[in-house]
Design a protein around this ligand. Structure first.
Ligand code: ATP
Ligand code: TZP
Ligand code: MG
Ligand code: MG
Length: 261
C-alpha cells in the first residue's frame, strides 16, 4: 500500500499541536503524502473539503483551535473527506475530556487513534494518564473493540502492541520499537500516516488500510533502531524519517506482523 500512497500523494490537512507540527509535515512528506497545516477559521472548511484527509489532534488545544476543528470536521464529514482524531492527553485534565466528547457530538471521525490511557478515558474506563502518556489495564485489542462499539467508529490503540477494531474485525499489529516512545510526536505522526493510507486505499477498507499503515510504521522503526542503536534517540529520530522515506511494499509485507487475536 505504500506504493498507493506515493502514487496518490494525498493532501493531508492537519490541525495539530505546536510541539509536533514540523515533525508531522516531514513524516508525511517521507511517506509520499502532501501535508498542509492550517487552523485559520477563514479557510479551514474550504481546505478540509479540498483535502484527501483531515487530522484533528488535541495536543495543545485552545478554544480557538477547538472551533477550527469543529468547522473543519463538519466540512470534511459533509464532503466525504476521511477524518482521523488523535485525542492527545484526554483524561489528563477535565477540560480535554469534556471538550473532546463535545467534539464527537459534532464531528464523526473515521478513526480515533490514541494510547491506551486516552482511549480508556474517552469511554469512561479506568485510565492512568501522565501528561500525554497514558496506560490502560485492558489489553489493546480488548480496549479497541470495546471503544469501537461504544463510539461507533474504528478505534486504534497503540503501545507495545497496537490494535485496531471496528467492533467486528480486530487486528493486533506487533511491529514497532520502544524507542518510538522516546521521541516526541511519533504517536501524533502515526495518526497522520494512518490517514494517508486510508486516503490512498479507500477501496481496501478503513481497518485494512489502517493496519497496513500501522505495520509499515512499525517496520520503519525497527529498521531505524538497527541503524541508530549505537548512537541514541536523536539519531533514531532522523533514521526513522529516513526509513519512512525508504519504505517499500516488498519489505513492508515481508516484515509486517498483523494477527487476528
Ligand atoms: P508518544 O509515545 O510519542 O507520546 P503516543 O503515546 O500517542 O505517542 P504510542 O502509544 O507511544 O503513542 O505509539 C506511538 C508508536 O510507538 C506506535 O507505532 C506504537 O506501536 C509505538 N510504540 C510505543 N511503545 C512501544 C513499545 N514499548 N514497543 C514497541 N512499539 C511501541
Ligand atoms: N505536549 C502537548 S502535545 C505533545 C506534548 C509533549 C506532543 C505529544 O505527542 P506524542 O506523539 O503523543 O508524543
Ligand atoms: Mg506513548
Ligand atoms: Mg499521543
Amino acid at each position: 500500500m505504500i506504493d498507493d500512497v506515493r502514487k496518490k500523494n494525498p493532501l493531508i490537512h492537519c490541525i495539530t499541536n505546536e510541539v509536533v507540527t514540523n515533525f508531522t509535515a516531514n513524516g508525511l512528506l517521507a511517506v509520499g503524502a502532501a501535508p498542509v497545516m492550517t487552523g485559520n477559521h477563514e479557510e479551514v472548511e474550504e481546505m478540509a473539503q479540498i483535502a484527501d484527509g483531515l487530522l484533528l489532534n488535541t495536543g495543545t488545544l485552545t478554544p480557538y483551535q477547538y472551533e477550527a476543528m469543529r468547522l473543519a470536521g463538519r466540512a470534511a464529514n459533509e464532503s466525504g473527506t476521511p477524518v482521523v482524531l488523535d485525542p492527545v492527553a484526554v483524561g489528563a485534565t477535565s477540560y480535554r475530556t469534556r471538550v473532546v466528547k463535545d467534539l464527537l457530538q459534532e464531528v464523526t471521525p473515521d478513526v480515533i487513534r490514541g494510547n491506551g490511557g486516552e482511549i480508556a478515558a474517552l469511554i469512561g474506563m479506568h485510565s492512568q494518564m501522565h501528561g500525554v502518556e497514558g496506560q490502560s489495564d485492558q489489553a489493546a485489542e480488548t480496549l479497541a473493540k470495546e471503544a469501537a462499539k461504544v463510539l461507533g467508529t474504528t478505534v486504534c490503540v497503540t503501545g507495545e502492541v497496537d490494535a485496531i477494531s471496528d467492533g467486528t474485525r480486530t487486528y493486533q499489529i506487533k511491529n514497532g520499537h520502544e524507542w518510538l516512545a522516546r521521541v516526541v510526536g511519533t504517536g501524533c505522526l502515526l495518526g497522520a500516516v494512518i490517514l494517508a493510507y486510508i486516503a490512498s486505499g479507500q477501496e481496501k477498507g478503513i481497518v485494512q488500510a489502517s493496519a497496513a499503515g500501522l505495520a509499515q510504521y512499525g517496520v520503519a522503526s525497527e529498521e531505524a533502531f538497527a541503524r541508530a542503536k549505537e548512537d541514541g534517540v536523536g539519531t533514531f529520530q532522523q533514521r526513522f524519517l529516513d526509513a519512512l522515506s525508504f519504505m517499500n511494499s516488498t519489505d513492508g509485507e515481508r516484515k509486517s506482523h498483523i494477527v487476528e487475536p
